[in-house]
Write a protein of this length. Structure first.
Length: 298
């Protein structure tokens, strides 16, 4: 395991609990000490990590997409041997995964891309794993995948060649964007209907059971509203890690209409602006053509 972070540390803990032998490496010494206390073998570099693994080796990479993943895979390309396996469990772009698989194959090193969903809850609930790669290395990984999944026969699957796992995770996250946005809009409408004074936490709890909109996301909404009903401690800035953008781009390339996912991505951009020039221009236009009132800045 390379790059523990929070999810990586939880995955490590789940694998250790299942009896797997792990060597870990991370730039954060505290993360390595925590994993070592649970039974992992810590290493202070990729070179040391590879040297401590018995051939044929399996190295699971959990670092941010883009240059961090690229540099780690490049170093593993130089240090690993034919028959070894590199696994990317992060949120890489599927095109990068296809390219990396081809590069590693030149040295007869297998590449497996694993789209991983479950967040910090994966430690206790298990992870949804979308696996891309050739059949033989995926089969070799089966004990690890079965340990990480909610159950050996549930929540994971080999979905296609290299790149397929990250493509599926990309679409999964695009759908997630749309679902989250729909919940957010619905609850804001409820909150604005002041004459009914809805208890939004209670609404979420009602919908969690028997409703056609029940989901794990709704359970998380209920938890958040129970802790802070007015969400006073949270700023409405919504980040994105890339998959929504890639999903929209892919929909355009494939001529597939995806208005809900596209709009949900746009709304994340809106959330990051303290004051939108575009919104001010819209207000000014309404004033110009219809004489509508405009709110002036102090």
């Amino acid at each position: 395991m390379v790059g523990l972070g929070r999810m990586g540390a939880n995955m490590t803990a789940r694998l250790l609990a299942a009896g797997h032998r792990l060597v870990v490496q991370d730039g954060n010494p505290d993360a390595m000490r925590t994993s070592a206390a649970k039974g992992a073998i810590a290493s202070d570099s990729l070179e040391v990590l590879v040297s401590k693994l018995e051939a044929p080796r399996v190295v699971w990479v959990m670092v941010p997409a883009g240059e961090p993943t690229e540099s780690v895979v490049d170093e593993l390309w130089a240090r690993m041997q034919p028959g070894d396996i590199v696994v990317d469990g992060g949120n890489s772009n599927y095109k990068d995964s296809m390219r990396r698989a081809a590069k590693l194959k030149e040295r007869r090193i297998s590449f497996v891309d694993v789209g991983t969903s479950g967040g910090v809850w994966g430690l206790t609930e298990g992870y949804s794993l979308m696996v891309g790669g050739e059949k033989e290395p995926v089969e070799r990984l089966r004990p690890v995948l079965e340990s990480l999944a909610p159950a050996p026969d549930r929540g994971w699957g080999h979905v296609g060649p290299a790149g397929a796992g990250h493509f599926l995770k990309m679409i999964h996250n695009g759908i997630e964007y749309g679902m989250m946005q729909a919940y957010a809009e619905g609850f804001e409408i409820l909150k604005r209907k002041s004459e009914f004074a809805f208890d939004l936490h209670r609404v979420a709890e009602i919908w969690r059971h028997g409703s056609v909109v029940r989901s794990w996301l709704l359970e998380l909404i209920a938890r958040a509203l129970e802790k802070d009903p007015e969400l006073e401690g949270i700023r409405g800035f919504v980040a994105d890690s890339g998959e929504g953008r890639w999903t929209v781009a892919e929909a355009i390339d494939l001529d597939v209409p995806a208005p809900v996912i596209t709009a949900s991505l746009m709304m994340r951009f809106v959330s990051r602006r303290e004051e939108s020039y575009g919104a001010k221009l819209l207000a000014a236009l309404r004033s110009e053509f219809g004489g509508h009132a405009v709110k002036r800045s102090d």
